[in-house]
Design a protein around this ligand. Sequence first.
Ligand code: HEC
Length: 126
Amino acid sequence: MRLGIIFAAALAMWAGCGDSEETERSAREEAVVRGKALYVRYGCAVCHGQEGRGDGPVARSMKPPPRDFRDATAFENGRSLGAISETIRVGVINKGVGMPGYPHIPGEERRAIGAYVASLVSRFDG
Ligand code: HEC
């Protein structure tokens, strides 16, 4: 319990450091947290799963299946925020059952969702 408090305090101090690299990193972390909420709100989880593992409630009935975002090769159209944002906008329709496009989601929100989705890959890599 006490260790947890010390850890939280250390983390808060670390997060509070002010140089630009830290600011950039925490901006990205904020986008990831926001992106996760948007990911759930816009229904991505129904197909891609709560944790982005490609195991949402309707995933089993889909061919090709929704992608597992822990796998870097899942991003055939690119893994940058801009690329993922574009994927969300236009959807992915190859053959069979695909993913709908979300042109109504504002670009800034699409990029936040992209930050969340991309963060799942780096966790998988190491
Ligand atoms: C109706 C189910 C469904 C929903 C809802 C859905 N997806 Fe997908 N998604 C898929 C499927 C299926 C694929 C793979 C399509 C294929 O292989 O042809 C895919 C592929 C992707 C890819 C990989 C594209 C690439 O570069 O190859 C990304 C990124 C992605 N989805 C993100 C999202 C996000 C973010 C949302 C929410 C805004 C979302 N998806 C909502 C079914 C869905």
